[in-house]
Write a protein that binds this ligand. Structure first.
Ligand code: FE2
Length: 159
């Protein structure tokens, strides 16, 4: 069926977004850790872990519809060179992903596919929390300045 083919294409494009974000977040979180910004490392590592759950749920749904999950497909990665670039890239990516999930939910809703709507809505709620996190980092940097912000991101962690 044509509509189901389109739904599978949408789910696979979200899958590519998630896989790309996991890779980008993993590189960023390790860069933060390398610079000693443990709090940023923990926050972004958590987002990478959340992304892994999203990948599982998307693959689950694609397989449920007898589709092929295109796990080898990745979008362009935006690895930042500075904390500011990294936070900006994270923020931009989250805006795109939130609107992609909104669009996908509308499409599934038009098909009366409540199971897919529920799954996508579950992911969307988490993406909104991530987006909120990125927006808050921007606010904090604006309020206290980058130097104070960075000083606040270090924390001695026992190994
Ligand atoms: Fe995600």
């Amino acid at each position: 069926m044509k509509t189901q083919k389109k739904l599978l294409a949408i789910l696979n494009s979200l899958l590519a977004e998630e896989l790309t974000a996991i890779n980008q977040n993993t590189v960023h979180s390790e860069m933060y850790e390398n610079w000693g910004y443990s709090k940023l490392n923990m926050a972004i590592r958590k987002q990478a872990m959340d992304g892994m759950h999203h990948v599982v749920w998307l693959i689950e749904r694609i397989v449920f519809y007898n589709g092929a999950p295109l796990v080898y497909r990745l979008n362009t990665m935006k690895i930042g060179k500075t904390v500011s670039e990294m936070i900006n890239n994270n923020n931009d990516g989250k805006h795109e992903v939130v609107s992609a999930y909104h669009e996908a939910i509308r499409f599934a809703s038009d098909l009366d596919d409540q199971g897919t709507v529920d799954m996508l809505s579950k992911i969307l709620k988490v993406e909104e929390v991530h987006l909120d996190w990125a927006a808050n980092q921007h606010k904090q940097i604006g309020q206290i300045g980058m130097e104070n912000y960075l000083a606040n991101q270090t924390e001695y962690l026992l190994n």
